[in-house]
Design a protein around this ligand. Structure first.
Ligand code: NZQ
Ligand code: ZN
Length: 386
């Protein structure tokens, strides 16, 4: 196992009714709260009213309308509100988009220049307001990690800012808040969780046995409970297992003792930057194509191990086992109702070269990923998804 540093300071409050803790816990810090949320789902479900009831003694300012694939313009508005009202705590209620915007707002509140500077150079992050979250869709793991992915609508860049100051202080994870999720969001969220595990599982492994076995258990959890949550949205067992899996899938537990750069996420981030598509949808389309593209004599053992340990594939030949595992993965996404090709979501090949160049430029794809990929490789993967 490689040397590894592991410190996850987020206080997780998991289960029904945990939102009640916000009054006491935020009270330890201050009274002025910036409530950050998306397009209104929390109003429809009644969670918005519940937040106001729990925080009745607090001064609440609001930033609503956070876009899926949150934009820099929203971050700028949020940072201004923090400065104007002397905000003590940023409270994100929603999914990865509201949480990520809140993280970027929390550090931009202490920065006088353009918040995009902090994305490009994290040494400029000197401080951040405490971030609290109430999770309503499980997918990104943002509730328990220090990353935030922000889109710059002017430059068409979608980049991550990652800094230890951006771990949420506390996250409320109540699975019942996901009962209202549309099927497509449940499917896309599950695809995102699965992809996060893949990104860490498909890496060289010098003896991190425990990390691989934990990853396989998490993958099995997604493959079992994703379809149940889609067909039976109020199934607490399914929602709760998926919710906890999403948190641990991206709090570095599954990369413990390993390393390397991610492969499919940088390729997908260009799709959502250029076309504003749902992140999990892009991942579901790209993942089987990436797997087929990188399957080789060097990687076949790990793909066969995945097929046997996660899907119980019995084939003795490694290539046959690996290919079956990839086919089953693709079928899983399709069975959840996710599109299988880029053409299905209306994309053509007109931006492939540009997106591929950006994906390689802004990530470790060509230097540190499981199988190193050039821009030409990435173009071919996009083409294989048409
Ligand atoms: O905006 P509202 O009205 O709330 O509706 C949202 C949104 O349309 C809806 N929704 C959420 N909870 C709901 C609900 N609808 C009904 N009932 C509920 N309980 O779902 C839609 C998607 O929400 P969003 O927050 O965008 O989803 P997600 O959590 O998948 O976040 C996606 C963003 O996170 C980034 C992605 O790139 C994308 O920008 N990521 C963040 C990461 C991180 N911080 O670590 C890592 C990921 O790999 C990812 O890149
Ligand atoms: Zn993701």
């Amino acid at each position: 196992m490689n040397n590894y540093e592991y410190c996850v300071p987020t206080d997780i409050r998991f289960g029904k009714g945990q939102v009640e803790c916000l009054s006491k816990e935020i009270g330890k810090i201050g009274k002025k709260v910036l409530l950050v949320y998306g397009g209104g789902s929390i109003k429809k479900t009644g969670l918005y009213d519940k937040i106001y009831e729990v925080l009745k003694d607090y001064e609440i300012h609001e930033l609503s309308g956070i876009e899926p694939n949150p934009r820099l313009a929203s971050v700028k508005k949020g940072a201004e509100l923090c400065k104007k009202y002397g905000i003590d705590v940023v409270l994100a209620v929603g999914g990865g988009s509201s949480i990520d915007a809140s993280k970027h707002i929390a550090c931009s509140a202490f920065y006088d220049g353009d918040p995009w500077d902090l994305v490009l150079d994290k040494t400029k992050v000197t401080k951040a307001l405490p971030i609290f979250t109430v999770l309503t869709i499980c997918a990104t793991g943002s509730e328990m990690n220090p990353g935030a992915v922000i889109s710059n609508e002017e430059t068409k860049e979608k980049l991550e800012i990652n800094h230890p100051f951006l771990y949420p202080t506390l996250s409320v994870c109540d699975p019942t808040y996901m009962y209202s999720l549309p099927k497509m969001q449940t499917a896309a969220g599950t695809a995102d969780i699965v992809s996060h595990i893949f990104e860490q599982y498909f890496q060289p492994n010098d003896g991190a046995f425990i990390t691989d076995r934990l990853s396989e258990a998490a993958l099995k959890t997604c493959f079992k409970y994703g379809p149940i949550a889609i067909n039976d949205p109020q199934n607490y067992e399914a929602r709760s297992n998926l919710m906890w899996t999403s948190s641990i899938a991206l709090n570095h537990l599954f990369t413990f003792g390993k390393g390397g750069a991610w492969s499919v996420h940088p390729i997908e981030h260009e799709l959502s930057a250029f076309y504003d598509i749902t992140h999990g949808v892009g991942l579901a389309i790209l993942t089987p194509a990436w797997m087929r593209y990188v399957l080789s004599a060097d990687t076949v053992k790990r793909f066969a191990m995945y097929a046997r340990n996660v899907w119980d594939v019995q084939k003795e030949d490694d290539y046959e086992a690996a290919k079956t595992g990839i086919d089953l993965t693709e079928q899983f996404f399709i069975d959840m109702g996710l599109p299988g090709t880029l053409s299905e979501i209306g994309l053509d090949d007109s931006q492939f070269e540009l997106m591929a160049a950006e994906a390689v430029r802004t990530s470790g794809l060509s230097t540190r990923s499981y199988v190193k990929l050039s821009a030409e490789d990435v173009v071919q993967i996009y083409k294989n998804c048409l």
